[in-house]
Design a protein. Structure first.
Length: 262
């Protein structure tokens, strides 16, 4: 096994990070400093050390987490609470989040200590689909949906987004759907007549630019007021998982994701 792969699949972090550790001379194999990430090792017999501490393979972990709004996708933050504040009863040393969700975005977030898995899942060329449910102020006509599906410019100097999938669920006036919307106390609503148009639906993308879903919908005149990621690839956020709850992925779910990465 490659040295960088061994470290990434242990508890030292993402593959790009462990490569840096190796190149900076922080890693030893059988007491010898190694600076080549591609060096082949025998994981069953070689002694691997990081900063003079033996790296022990503790096993890979994969968690499905239902992220609530209001939490930062980071290990630590000086101002805000983070997604790691929910993992009290398990050892999270070496575990990291796979991708990110904005502070106000809810839904499916994967956590793992498998650096290779994280790298592959976030690799743009793998075209792993991510589906989001949204409520937005505005409306979507056929031309808007066609633009989203074919690709749209969302920022100055940026290339077209990759083709997406859009499915409108409900469309009408705020007064018709205010009791169905998860966040009912919305700003920018006509409080007297509720004559603000709203739309809900699912948007599926294959890339992960910053605030991409919000920016795509904004480009066709819709302002997102609620966003929830409901799936990554074929993995759906389990309905029984409440906000702030997590569980380990099943073997079937893990193998299904790995199958999509091949």
């Amino acid at each position: 096994m490659r040295l960088d792969k061994f470290l990434a699949q242990s508890s030292l972090g993402r593959r790009k990070n462990v490569r840096t550790y190796i190149k900076e001379g922080r890693v030893k194999v059988n007491k010898e400093v190694i600076t080549k990430p591609a060096m082949e090792i025998k994981e069953s017999s070689d002694v691997i050390e990081y900063l003079d501490k033996v790296v022990r393979y503790t096993g890979k972990v994969y968690y499905m987490f239902n992220k609530p709004a209001g939490y930062i996708t980071a290990r630590k933050d000086t101002v805000n609470k983070t997604v790691f504040d929910f993992f009290h009863d398990v050892n999270m040393e070496g575990v990291f989040h796979v991708g990110r969700l904005d502070k106000d975005t809810e839904g499916l977030l994967l956590m793992t200590n498998d650096g290779e898995f994280e790298h592959q899942l976030m690799y743009p060329e793998k075209h792993i689909e991510k589906t989001y449910f949204f409520w937005a102020l505005g409306f979507l006509d056929e031309e808007d949906m066609k633009q989203l599906e074919q690709g749209i410019y969302i920022g100055k100097g940026e290339i077209l987004t990759k083709p997406a999938k859009i499915e409108v669920q409900k469309s009408g006036m705020y007064k018709e759907f205010k009791h169905e919307m998860p966040n009912k106390d919305l700003q920018n609503i006509d409080s007297d007549h509720y004559n603000q148009p709203v739309v809900s639906g699912y948007l599926t993308i294959k890339e992960g630019r910053k605030h991409q879903v919000k920016r795509m919908l904004k480009s066709v005149g819709c302002y997102v007021v609620y966003l929830k990621r409901v799936s990554i690839g074929g993995l759906m956020l389990h309905e029984s998982l409440g906000k702030g709850q997590y569980r380990s992925l099943t073997d079937v779910e893990i193998q299904s994701l790995f199958g999509e990465l091949r």
